[in-house]
Design a protein around this ligand. Sequence first.
Ligand SMILES: [Mn+2]
Length: 471
Amino acid sequence: MVTGTVTCIKHASDASKDRYFAVCVADNSLGIQTCMCRSTTTLELGSVFEAELDAGTLSNVAYSASSVDMAAAVRDAVGRGVAEKVQEVGIPDLDGITLAMSSQINSAAMLIAGKVMTGAPVIIRYHNDADGSSGAYGIYKCIQGMIAANRLCQPNIIWMMQRGISYSDADAECDLLILNGYESAERPLIIGIDFGTSTDSDAGIDRICGAADVVWLDHHPIEEKAHVLNSKIYVNPWLCKGNSNYTAGFLACQVGKMLYAADLACIEDASLIGDNSTFALKSACGKNMAAMLDLLTSDKAIAFGSRTTGLVPSEIDAVVTNKQKADELSAYAESRMREYLDAGQKLAKRHGYGDVTIYSLDFKNLSTDDSDVRYPLPGRYSSHLLNRLAGGDSEAVLLLYFGRYISIRITPSVSNEINLRGIIREIVDSTDYAESGGGHNNAASIKLKDELFRKEVIAMIIGGVTAALAQ
Ligand SMILES: [Mn+2]
């Protein structure tokens, strides 16, 4: 016999099927236990009941006169379950930024724990690169650890890989449709990992804020008027004496470890490697993980045979914990990347400027016979190609273009001399054929309304870069 409170109801998409209830069971021996239970008896949100709970199904349900203060029970469980202090990883400059953000990291973890424990719907969106997906995978491992340690059942978490670095009006509409399937005592939660702090997300954020709490874990330079800054919890190293080198995936891992102290060292390093961070340790396991995440997020069909749905962390876990499959995929990724880098090195055009070499390349010239395979993807390939072209310590700029997109990569020492985001902002504001643009100071992109304008825009970027270098 259990006593519980209905804290979330999930409506089955087929009305003839049973409704599902997330139930917080308060019991002296179990503490707080959240379960998605099936019940043939209709229960109301907030009602307190007694019932038999067997294999996820409630039977002999009876409303209970005893009142369970679920809010207090959740506060108590969250308070006991979430660590108070952030963990250090042993890289002093990186740890210093984590410590500076520790109160926000703790607040984010407390909020997530409360939602997870009461079964409220949580939508976690993450950028589809090694950084964003390592953040999702890190949080996933910690939530799984927390569930096991606290004997919770599977919470209502929806994982969504995000193409691009903004939260659009259409994204908000999609999330609202998902949330419509739930009634929950706690407000639903949307978590954004690694997709920018720009006004491009304003419409989506404005729309979702009325229905859900938002936690935003980012490391992109901040556009001051971006509405996402008003999220329930907004965390960004740029606000705490850090910069883009402190990656969003690494940040998400720090939030995760407050929920459960999983060993995320390889995942954290993969996040730093994926975004070319100066903090990257480049450990063997980190490099493997980064290459694997790059491959899986580029084209999940390579590992799973189909790409009809986005990649989710449980799929990442299934691959990385299967040594044979992981080795096979690593070897494939490495040889294919090498082939593309060899070709890119040969075909890139050079525009010398003093000590700095500016390279440009049309990604189309690299495509091979099996053009159905989406690995490597151009944006991420451009980072690898710049590393190859610059070969260690030389200074270089790379413009890689593909269709309407131009991806710009700059080696760290030169990026301090060039206000890349300023150049892009100027082009977007002063022309009517650049649709959008942004990113980091050493890695950014610009999207045109039509490929026709590409030549002109490339000339404008090279003009802006050389003008900055001449100063
Ligand atoms: Mn990132």
